[in-house]
Design a protein around this ligand. Structure first.
Ligand SMILES: Nc1ncnc2c1ncn2[C@H]1C[C@H](O)[C@@H](COP(=O)(O)OP(=O)(O)OP(=O)(O)O)O1
Ligand SMILES: Nc1ncnc2c1ncn2[C@H]1C[C@H](O)[C@@H](COP(=O)(O)O)O1
Ligand SMILES: [Mg+2]
Length: 204
């Protein structure tokens, strides 16, 4: 894996011209929503760290039970656990994927550093940016149907606090490398996607 990256999302570009995108942003900012649209247009493989963790929880394994307890409290799971899951998922698709869109990782600067050591450096980080009150409103609404144990008022507050404390510094870290594209996620979904697509096209 060589160079690559993009704001609230990071694109990792390999020597074989595969691309690894990472999307970052606060809880409920719209990362997953935009990733789905990127997959439809560009055919990248979407890997959401949260989805991978929820799949482990759903498996009913002992590890899943431990993860569930952490996620229900709105806390971050251990770095090694989440990085190993992402790495395994990338390896499983390495031969067939046009590129990877990584959503929800890195959540803290140390995660970004470890990803670069074990997998590669990003070329683009897509920073999906929404106001705190917007994120809370969207998550409360999503919680009416999502079935997610962390889409409740108390846990949303903790997730948001943790985002500002631990995850926003990741954006500062990558801004110094000039790879961050900040996307205004207060706009309607399709308009947000217009800006996301422009940021990806600008890489070509
Ligand atoms: N631009 C938008 N305008 C209005 N609603 C939006 C927009 N983008 C997303 N939503 C809705 C869809 C969902 O119900 C909710 C959260 O979006 P989602 O894409 O699931 O966020 P996310 O993936 O960043 O959150 P999480 O980190 O909790 O997984 O908000
Ligand atoms: N990269 C991550 N590091 C630690 N914990 C994580 C990571 N990605 C997801 N998680 C845990 C903690 C989050 O609150 C939940 C849900 O993630 P989401 O991206 O909101 O689906 O999973
Ligand atoms: Mg999501």
């Amino acid at each position: 894996v060589g160079e690559g990256c993009q704001g609230n999302s990071i694109v990792y570009k390999s020597k074989k011209a595969e691309r690894f995108h990472v999307k970052m942003g606060g809880p409920g900012s719209g990362k997953g929503t935009q990733c789905e649209k990127v997959v439809a247009k560009y055919g990248y493989t979407h890997l959401s760290s949260g989805d991978l963790l929820r799949a482990e929880v759903a498996s009913g394994s002992e590890r899943g039970k431990t993860l569930q307890a952490i996620m229900q409290k709105g806390e971050l799971v251990p770095l090694d656990t989440v990085l190993d899951m992402i790495k395994d998922a990338m390896i499983a698709k390495a031969g067939v994927s046009k590129g990877f869109l990584i959503d929800g990782y890195p959540r803290e600067v140390k995660q970004g550093e470890e990803f670069e050591k074990k997998i590669g450096a990003p070329c683009l980080l897509l920073y999906i940016d929404a106001k705190g009150e917007t994120m809370v409103k969207r998550l409360m609404k999503r919680g009416e149907t999502s079935g997610r144990a962390d889409d409740n008022e108390e846990t949303i507050k903790k997730r948001l606090d943790l985002y500002y404390k631990a995850t926003e510094p990741v954006i500062t870290f990558y801004t110094s490398r000039g790879i961050v594209r900040k996307i205004d996620s207060e706009l309607p979904v399709d308009e947000v996607f217009g800006h996301v697509a422009k940021a990806i096209d600008d890489l070509k």
